[in-house]
Structures are given as C-alpha cells and as structure tokens.
Design a protein around this ligand. Structure first.
Ligand SMILES: [Zn+2]
Length: 193
C-alpha cells in the first residue's frame, strides 16, 4: 500500500476555504469543500459546494483530470442523453453488471465512445504541457491562459512563503503554458503562399 490518505474526507466545511464561489460553472454556492484536482495533483484543489463536492467525489475516477467546465459539460451531455450517467468509477471493480458483458448491440462500445469522443490527436510535444496544466486536448488559447493564471497564482512563491518548490512548480507551469501558447497562437500568414 503506497497510499497515504491522512483522513477520511468529512463533509464539513473546510476552515481553509478561500471564501469564493463553488468552482462548478454557474454555481453560486460557497465553495467550502475542497477536492483534489487529480491523483497527481493532490495538493491542488477545486473548491466546491456540498452538492458538487459530493458529485465530484463520487465520480472521482471518471472525472479525474477534467476541469469543472468539462465536468459540467459532461453532466449536460448526460442529461441530454436522457439517462443518468453511469457510476463509471465502479465499472472497473467487482460491480460489473452481467448484462453489460453480453453486449451484442455494442451498447458498451457506444457508451465508451460517448465517454471518450474521438478527439483530434494530441500533438506529442504537448502531452506534458497539457498534463502539467491538467488540460485536455483540444484546448483553446483562452482556456490555457486562464488555467495558467490560476495555477501561477496558486504556486507563486509569495503565496507559499517563498517556498523553493513553489518556485520550481511555477517555472514548470509557465513553461508548459508557453509551449501551449506557441502552438495555439495562429501563425501570421506568409505573404507568398
Ligand atoms: Zn456548486
């Protein structure tokens, strides 16, 4: 066991909450509950209201690495498909429904396609920058920029007591953003072409 979870996450407002609104788009509730952004960023948090932290935690596996905007878009997509979304995190464990294993109509395939729609393939040189910024491809320049700003603020050494680690993270974040920006900035059109 390499996992070192300090405590069961209790549903009590976090005293360290930054006092801002829930990170779920279009939710005006207070973001009083923290949720790690991903397994690789356990010290990076979203702040959600109680309803949304529950939603997020119950879908941890499914949503890991997605931004609140993507999660919200996903919830909408689920609604428009007229059925509740699967607790996908559980599909990997012992709770697979027998009926799902017999799948002559390729329902699972369709579900899988919906879960991970065909995306333009990620330029290989952007894999790491995207991972550093917890973004998924394709991403807009605006989205990359606002994520960078958000992370840069969090990891600024001034906000971390001059911590050297924060300085390194800030550097990594900024380099990652620079790589994305270069890729996403439309090239000036050549005159003769
Ligand atoms: Zn909320």
């Amino acid at each position: 066991m390499t996992r070192r979870t300090s405590k069961v996450r209790a549903y009590a407002p976090d005293p360290g909450a930054p006092g801002r609104a829930c990170d779920m788009p279009e939710c005006d509730c207070a973001g009083e509950y923290r949720a790690p952004k991903s397994r690789t960023q356990l010290n990076d948090y979203y702040w959600f209201c109680l309803e949304h932290v529950r939603e997020y935690n119950s879908r941890w596996d499914y949503y890991k690495g997605m931004t609140p905007g993507e999660i919200e878009a996903n919830l909408r997509a689920d609604m428009s498909w007229g059925r509740p979304s699967w607790p996908l995190g559980r599909l990997g464990s012992a709770m697979i429904d027998e009926s799902m294993l017999h799948d002559p109509l390729d329902v699972l395939g369709a579900g899988g396609a919906r879960r991970a729609p065909a995306q333009p393939s990620v330029p290989p040189e952007l894999l790491e920058p995207l991972a550093v910024l917890s973004l998924t491809w394709p991403v807009s320049l605006d989205a990359a920029k606002s994520r960078w700003k958000e992370l840069a603020k969090q990891h600024h050494p001034d906000a971390n007591g001059g911590d050297r680690g924060a300085e390194e993270r800030l550097k990594t974040i900024t380099l990652a953003y620079a790589a994305l920006r270069d890729k996403l900035t439309p090239e000036p059109r050549e005159a003769a072409q």
